[in-house]
Design a protein around this ligand. Structure first.
Ligand code: DAH
Length: 341
């Protein structure tokens, strides 16, 4: 019976149409032609067979054919709309989304202080150099006129790596290395890490930055030293900052001194930061000891010079009012973010 065969064809078409719901764009276009095409579409084929049926069957099959046609058209429309939305979503952005935070790298506050100090000394002829953190006893102590049994060697509480080899306890060994390697006139600044068996507390760290300064030439006097330091302090802190030179002792200088600056917190009137003295110590210094020259094969009758050593972490703390040295080592972005320029 031709009616039954057309019915079967219709149900096959209906199940083939299920693919529309998930068809990609290209397949959807094919399905459209395959199912509804006017010339050879499967549904068109069925409709063409209708006139051969008797009226009752024709009505029944015709009604089913129309329903399937409508279902297919609806499904195609829906799928086309879906595909269009997907295409739009793929190329447009969501303007309401918060922007991604931009992270800018920055130099650590102590590095910034070191760079600034080196810049200031560069203006008066100092070259920036670096030296080894692993040193020998000879350079760290002996050449600097510190006998190994001297309390100064103990006080440094040294990290030894092997007998006679250690982590430098200060940057001063670079004084000897520089004098041995370069003939005067010498003007160098040596930033770098030094190490001591100190506890990690608000004012100590077992690893810390130092900056060593050394100037050697014929006829250098303590006045040259005072002038250089005065120039530095007034540039780095404020032009009206008072500077004080106090006698002190270091085995590698004679005379030795400590340099104080007017307290940055109370401006000299006395507060807890400066322990009521009105001054803060910023470096050890002095005139290079003749014994150090001799150990480095320089004629101490001909040459004189000054040397100084300072702690840029301490200087950063004084300048920015940082209460605890450990903040400088913890990498906490809430702290470091304040020093982004
Ligand atoms: N090296 C000394 C220290 O770490 C600091 C120092 C003092 C360096 C006097 C010098 C100097 O160059 O002349 O404690």
């Amino acid at each position: 019976m031709p009616g039954a065969s057309l019915q079967n064809q219709l149900e096959e078409i209906a199940s083939a149409a299920a693919a529309i719901a998930t068809a990609p764009a290209a397949r959807l276009a094919e399905l459209k032609v395959e199912l509804l095409g006017r010339k050879a579409g499967r549904l068109t084929e069925v409709l063409r067979g209708l006139p051969a049926l008797d009226p009752a069957e024709r009505r029944e099959v015709g009604a089913r054919a129309n329903q399937i046609k409508q279902d297919i058209e609806t499904a195609i429309e829906r799928r086309e709309r879906q595909l269009a939305q997907e295409a739009v979503r793929a190329v447009t952005m969501d303007g309401t989304m918060p922007a991604r935070a931009v992270w800018r790298g920055a130099l650590h506050p102590v590095t910034q202080v070191i760079d600034e100090i080196c810049e200031i000394f560069r203006e008066i002829g100092f070259t920036r150099i670096t030296g080894p953190e692993v040193e020998t006893e000879e350079y760290n102590f002996t050449k600097l006129n510190i006998p190994l049994d001297h309390p100064a060697a103990d006080a440094h509480d040294t990290f030894y790596l092997s007998p006679g080899v250690l982590l430098r306890t200060h940057t001063s060994p670079m004084q000897a290395r520089t004098m041995e390697r370069y003939p005067p006139p010498i003007r160098v600044l040596v930033p770098g890490l030094a190490y001591r068996r100190d506890p990690f507390d608000p004012s100590h760290s077992p690893a810390f930055e130092q900056i060593e300064g050394l100037a050697v030439d014929e006829g250098i006097s303590f006045v040259d030293f005072k002038a250089a330091i005065d120039f530095f302090v007034k540039r780095f802190f404020a032009p009206d900052t008072a500077v004080r030179f106090r006698p002190s002792y270091f085995p590698f200088v004679e005379p030795g001194a400590e340099v104080d600056i007017q307290c940055q917190v109370c401006k000299g009137s006395g507060c807890s930061t400066c322990k009521r003295t009105g001054f803060l110590e910023i470096m050890g210094a002095g005139m290079v000891h003749p014994a150090v020259f001799e150990r480095c094969d320089l004629d101490s009758e001909r040459y004189t010079g000054y040397a100084f050593g300072m702690g840029p972490a301490r200087i950063a703390m004084l300048r920015y009012g940082i209460p605890d040295m450990r903040l400088l080592f913890q990498g906490d972005m809430r702290f470091l973010g304040q020093f982004v320029e």
